[in-house]
Design a protein around this ligand. Structure first.
Ligand code: 0O2
Ligand code: 0O2
Length: 214
């Protein structure tokens, strides 16, 4: 009988710590550059019901969850542009506080569902009162368009349990294609967008300063 609260405690700690660290990367970019490759970061510990479902589906014995289920701790890093994803992955590779154990590129090799994202599985050391515990965590890195598609598809999946009616399936494939094209278009006008963002940020700062003076 698994004591879930105890089992999941180091995962929760890892998600909390990693969220702060990955959001820290964004703050550093904002300080030092005009553009941050990271738009926002989210994180979650997989709910027990989802752990049990996935274990059953993938035939993972419950006493091997820690080594065989890689996404009990999950982080997501959202980027504006496809190019930003490689920048973020490079930065993760350079870090000394985690070890990358696997990378899965579902951008160059999209899933049959239409899913695109870059997955990095890491080993992360959590400091506990009983010493260090190394846990696995999965970081998904994707553009806002990839995230939009995945979020919608995920909720539909929940409703239809993966058995989509043909019409919805077709629409989802079409939407995946549209998301791909949106990413391509945005990449083409990247420089324009970034110039506009710098202009917008500077204007915001100036008006903040003026408000303070008033
Ligand atoms: P900010 O600075 O407001 O963006 P927490 O930091 O723990 O309170 P938590 O629990 O991580 O937040 O929430 P969750 O659900 O994991 O992530 C929510 C964060 O993602 C929030 O930011 C949202 O503002 C941000 N977010 C969600 N969707 C979008 C989106 O489409 N665009 C943008 N730009 N941000 C989004 P925070 O963490 O409150 O910080
Ligand atoms: P959650 O928390 O509900 O998102 P798999 O064989 O795909 O079941 P595996 O081998 O553990 O899983 O690793 P993979 O494929 O690298 O990562 C699985 C996670 O990627 C999923 O987690 C999703 O978050 C995301 N993902 C993979 N394929 C799809 C897809 O077709 N659509 C969407 N929306 N997301 C996908 P879970 O287990 O679903 O958990």
């Amino acid at each position: 009988m698994i004591q879930w609260e105890h089992f999941l405690a180091p995962y929760k700690q890892a998600v909390d710590e990693l969220k702060i660290k990955l959001k820290g990367m964004r703050s550093q970019f904002e300080l030092e550059h005009d553009h941050s490759p990271i738009e926002f970061v989210t994180g979650r510990v997989k709910p027990v019901a989802s752990i049990l479902d996935k274990a059953q589906q993938k035939k993972i014995p419950l006493d091997r969850l820690a080594t065989e289920m890689q996404d009990i701790a999950g982080l997501r890093m959202m980027c504006q542009f496809v190019d930003d994803i490689e920048t973020v992955v490079e930065l993760l590779r350079l870090r000394n506080d985690l070890r990358i154990v696997e990378e899965r590129n579902y951008i160059s090799h999209k899933k049959p569902s239409g899913y695109r994202s870059y997955h990095v599985v890491i080993e992360y050391p959590v400091q506990t009162i009983h010493g260090e515990q190394r846990i696995l965590a999965e970081i998904q890195i994707r553009t806002l368009a990839m995230n939009f598609w995945a979020t919608i598809e995920h909720s539909l999946n929940y409703k239809y349990k993966g058995q989509f009616p043909e019409e919805i399936n077709k629409r989802l494939q079409g939407a995946a294609e549209a998301a791909f094209r949106l990413d391509e278009e945005m990449s083409k006008i990247k420089d324009e967008i970034q110039e506009a963002q710098v202009y917008f940020t500077k204007n915001k700062e100036t008006s903040k300063k003026m408000k303070k003076k008033e």
